[in-house]
Design a protein around this ligand. Structure first.
Ligand code: PEP
Ligand code: MG
Length: 537
């Protein structure tokens, strides 16, 4: 992974394969004529140039409005500028061929613009160079044959406004250049078109990057080449949030999640670390419905201490400022293992010592986490939930340990909140089938549809080759969801969904119909889902 820094000139994020812009020159040799012939050749090329620019102006007007069109109209005026033309005439009269004369005149005018103090006027140097090279291209009989064939992030030495305009906007995800400045017309154009762009990346931007995956962050001015999975996930999220905002969803920030008939649903977020809270807040998540606390234990050499855990939970609660936060106790096991825990290999880890089973097997680890949670509980609105429940006795045992921890804290004079709600994940068919019993002993349910689907359909969620069988829309899953909701409501407790299915908008109507009280989804899904719910009858 390589990260380059430049100046972000048009915000937004583009992710895709990089393509190096080439000018597609196929130099055709010109026969140089008399000064008069050279001047006449210039006049013909000037005419074609203006025709091309008028066509581009019309295209720009359609794609990006009058401001963009004006750019090309200005280029056309430059091509016809009397001083510029006089300069070319003088040069052809003195024996220069038309191409050299146009280039030299273009450079003279560019140097004049560059000598100005005003940054905007300085940038007009690029415009006159663009015009001059267009005239020269026509004089040489060269074509503009660079075209995109797939959605791409274009990388280039520099891009002129006309080169930018000629690129197919439906395929241009973003562009990054070695040169350029924020007030160049290309930068202005990128903003008008709403195409993420970075300029001034310098010599480290290599055409060798073509063909590789790139993330163009026009907000931060960063180009990331061959991102690792974590970075890619982060940017996919950030891009989704940005795009959602752009699509006008930001108007829904602060609005209620309520159907037309007045039925309210809570829209919470799933997080894996305290740093994810920023995304929850920027997407207007109403709470955290699933903090996968096991991520605090992974990717390190030893278990987090009670204090480290306390700090993590406290920081999430404080940042959420009184909004509900549901922390799931460590769901270690199956695909989430840490070497330092010394867990033995299992034939079928998804059916092995996982989640609450593991916590109950190691009450010292479990109580350390519960102590950290109760200590943090005074900093916000905390609920705790247990994963991978299959039996009533497991929940009773977990609740006993919670009581023990509270007594110990009380005896040590450490403050904790004694109204922390205790809930469970319903993610085994067993828990779903005995949800009537379980509902009597907990404060809430949250359905883990990822595991409920895997265990109900006997389909390993890690095994891509059987992915088509892992169907969360299966009637068995939908009827279990209905049963869980009915049992929860009969006992007077709320039920949420924190598996990926919660964000599946094709089921939103169904979730509302069966009375799901809360959906916990990735932060980027909050606003689209709110929009959907607000459109429901
Ligand atoms: C689930 O199983 O649906 C869930 C939310 O938990 P995880 O994906 O972490 O197993
Ligand atoms: Mg699960």
């Amino acid at each position: 992974m390589i990260e380059l820094h430049g100046t972000g000139v048009s915000s937004g994020i583009a992710i895709g394969q990089m393509v190096a812009f080439s000018e597609g020159k196929e130099t055709v040799s010109r026969n140089i004529g008399t000064p008069e012939q050279e001047w006449n050749d210039f006049l013909s090329a000037q005419e074609i140039t203006c025709a091309e620019l008028s066509h581009l102006a019309e295209k720009a007007r359609k794609d990006a409005g009058d401001e963009a069109a004006l750019l090309f109209e200005t280029h056309c005026e430059m091509a016809q500028d009397p001083d510029f033309c006089d300069c070319i005439k003088e040069l052809t009269d003195s024996g220069k061929d038309a191409v050299s004369a146009v280039m030299e005149a273009g450079e003279q005018f560019a140097a004049m613009f560059e000598s100005m103090d005003d940054a905007y006027t300085k940038e007009r140097a690029a415009d006159i160079r663009d015009v001059a090279s267009r005239i020269c291209r026509i004089l040489r009989g060269e074509s503009e044959d660079f075209a995109l064939s797939a959605p791409s992030v274009v990388i280039a030495e520099d891009l002129s406004p006309s080169q930018t305009m000629q690129l197919d906007k439906s395929l241009l995800l973003g562009f990054a250049t070695r040169k350029g400045s924020p007030v160049s017309h290309t930068a202005i154009l990128s903003r008008i078109l709403g195409i993420p762009a970075i300029v001034g990346l310098g010599d480290k931007l290599l055409s060798d990057f073509a063909g590789k995956c790139g993330i163009l962050d026009g907000i931060e001015g960063k180009l990331i080449i061959e991102p690792d999975t974590e970075t890619l996930t982060y940017y996919n999220e950030t891009k989704a949030a940005f795009d959602a905002e752009k699509a006008g969803l930001s108007a829904l920030i602060g609005k209620e999640t309520v159907t037309k008939s007045g039925k309210r649903t809570k829209l919470y977020c799933n997080i894996g670390s305290p740093s994810d809270v920023d995304k929850v807040l920027s997407n207007d998540g109403e709470g955290i419905g699933l903090f996968r606390s096991e991520f605090l234990f992974l990717g390190r050499d030893s278990a987090p201490t009670e204090d480290e855990q306390f700090e993590a939970y406290k920081s999430v609660l404080e940042k959420m400022d009184g909004k509900p936060v549901i922390v799931r106790t460590m769901d270690i096991g199956a695909d989430k293992k840490a070497d330092y825990l010394g867990l033995s290999d299992e034939e079928n880890p998804a059916l092995g010592l996982r989640g609450l089973r593991l916590s109950l097997e190691h009450p010292d680890w479990f109580k350390r986490q519960l102590r950290a949670l109760y200590r943090a509980s005074v900093y916000g609105n905390l609920s705790v939930m247990f994963p991978m429940v299959a039996n009533v006795w497991e929940v009773e045992k977990a609740k006993d340990l919670c009581r023990e921890v509270q007594i110990e804290l009380k005896m040590s004079g450490i403050p904790y909140c004694n109204t922390v709600k205790l809930g469970i994940m319903i993610e085994t068919p067993a828990a779903a089938l005995i949800s009537g019993e379980l509902a009597k002993i907990v404060d809430f349910f949250s359905v883990g549809t990822n595991d409920l689907t895997q265990y109900t359909l006997a389909c390993d969620r890690q095994n891509g080759s059987i992915a088509p069988h892992l169907d969360p829309h299966h009637p068995a899953i939908l009827s279990l969801l209905k049963m869980i909701a009915e049992n929860a409501h009969q006992a007077g407790i709320p039920v949420g969904i924190c598996g990926e299915l919660g964000a599946d908008e094709s089921l939103t109507e169904f979730f509302l119909a069966i009375g799901i009280d809360e959906l916990s989804v990735s932060p980027s899904c909050v606003l689209p889902l709110r929009k959907n719910i607000r459109n429901q009858a």
